[in-house]
Design a protein around this ligand. Sequence first.
Ligand SMILES: [Fe+2]
Length: 248
Amino acid sequence: MRLAVISDIHSNLEAFQAVMDDISKLSIDDTVSLGDNIGYGAQPEEIIENLKHYSITSVLGNHELALLDSDYLKTFGPFARKALKINKKKLSDKAIRYIATLQPFLVRYGCRFVHGMPPDIVTRYIFNESKQRIIKTITRFKQKITFVGHTHQLVIYELDQGILKKKKLLKCRLSLAKSSRYIINTGSVGQPRDSYNEAKYVIWDSDRYTIESRFVPYDHNNAAKKIKKAGIPRQYAYILKKSINEEN
Ligand SMILES: [Fe+2]
């Protein structure tokens, strides 16, 4: 079984379409979204429509939570809050009702899916957690593989004989050990925080027991233009163009 795990699309339709085109060429059996389908970008309604169109199950992200919970929205910085308020205006009642059905975690194909931190925390960043806490957490439930989003970074955590190892998961395919436990942080489809301007996602192959990170180029200039046109704070447009290749 080959599963695509996507996360943090953030209303970026160009990035999402490029990822779905990539997925369509790679014999993928199912796709799961780790949430933050909305926020920052310009086309939340189209993203929700496409999640349904492609029958992609999503868990709840913190931007969906902020859309539904005005007290939690107050914890956002002013720019992210403004972007989300503009997103909310663009969403139909039907799309908001769909967002309200999203659950904080999912167990499927023997794996766990959560936006922030397992077992089921939507709002916590895994990179802020101590090694001891991660070890304690991932030995508390049955699933050996957990997928998380939220940080917009591609990282794999492996717990092997009581020792937690962490490494970046950049443009590679890794064979996993059946005796280890893993947390796989899948990167962001539509709002990079890692200085690579491609859309990122991962493929889990349960037969080969491999994880592959995918970097998909897309028309980020067009996505950035739409963000500016929508009146969304411009830094969310500029970050789409930023690339480590251009910096070097
Ligand atoms: Fe996010």
